[in-house]
Design a protein around this ligand. Structure first.
Ligand SMILES: Nc1ncnc2c1ncn2[C@@H]1O[C@H](COP(=O)(O)OP(=O)(O)OP(=O)(O)O)[C@@H](O)[C@H]1O
Ligand SMILES: [Mg+2]
Length: 260
């Protein structure tokens, strides 16, 4: 039974990869649902199937059992109302930033004019105004990730999927990116599914954290993060924050499965 506020329902999902060396069961019997406008973090050890699940949510590959339902429709292919930020930023080095941002419009044959004000505003809020005609190599790592976020938001999607988008950034830049992402989310209330294997990052960002088991990944436990918003750097020193981090650490039994 799908409840009204459930924007995403993941039902009995299995994903098995077939290779010439045999098959790999990446996800097994994964069940969960995500509410409209919710910020969910998928947390789990390396190789547990986080990217696999995100790709399935984005319709970038099919599941081998079960189904994913978004706004009442079973996902079978990529949708125009989903933005994706990949594990590496995937900017094409031979295209300028604006041409990278506009690539999805070219692929989908969408009318760019309708979105230009929105895109210009994204350049402004991400502090990349003036970088439109630069090439990715001329930008820092943090700037490239911001450009990837602009590209993902350019079609004004209702669902944003982010796969460890800040994993390669230094600590200070990562904090700036968290702040930016939360501001964008507060302003638009898009549904966000954010993959990470960093517990503090998940607690700082999420409304709820879906903790996955090691491969084959399924949902081990859901943690509610009832910390007040807007969240600030000082949130990370609050007892409530540290308690949730501790609860999660205890749940994974300090097994060392999580790389920080
Ligand atoms: N195309 C593929 N073909 C075969 N096996 C794959 C393929 N993609 C992923 N896998 C395997 O599926 C499992 C889950 O991979 P996935 O990339 O989803 O993990 P992850 O949780 O995102 O890991 P990480 O945190 O390291 O990014 C791994 O064992 C991986 O080797
Ligand atoms: Mg991954």
């Amino acid at each position: 039974m799908v409840k009204n506020d459930e924007s995403i329902v993941i039902k009995n999902v299995e994903k098995r990869y077939y290779t010439d060396k045999g098959s790999v069961l990446a996800l097994d019997n994964f069940n969960a649902s995500i509410r409209k406008g919710e910020f969910v973090c998928l947390l789990g050890p390396s190789g547990c199937g986080k990217s696999t699940l995100l790709w399935a949510l984005g319709g970038l590959h099919n599941v081998t059992k079960g189904e994913i339902i978004i706004d009442g429709s079973i996902v079978t292919k990529p949708r125009d109302d989903i933005g994706f930020v990949f594990q590496d930023n995937n900017l094409l080095p031979w295209r300028t930033i604006i041409k990278n941002v506009l690539l999805p419009f070219e692929i989908k044959n969408l009318d760019i004019k309708k979105y230009m004000d929105h895109i210009n505003n994204l350049f402004k809020v991400t502090n990349l105004k003036g970088c439109e005609n630069k090439y990715p190599a001329e930008l820092s790592g943090g700037m490239q990730q911001r450009a990837a976020i602009i590209r993902a938001l350019s079609c004004d999607p209702s669902l944003l999927l982010l796969d460890e988008p800040f994993g390669s950034l230094d600590a200070l830049t990562k904090e700036e990116m968290h702040d930016l992402l939360l501001k964008l989310w507060h302003g638009t209330k898009k549904t966000i599914c954010f993959v990470t294997h960093n517990i503090e990052e998940a607690v700082f960002l999420a409304d709820r954290i879906f903790m996955m088991t090691p491969r084959p990944g399924h949902l081990q436990e859901i943690f509610n993060v009832d910390l007040p918003r807007p969240r600030k750097i000082s949130t990370k020193t609050k007892t409530e924050f540290l308690n949730i981090v501790d609860n999660i650490r205890n749940a994974i039994g300090r097994s060392g499965d999580f790389l920080q």
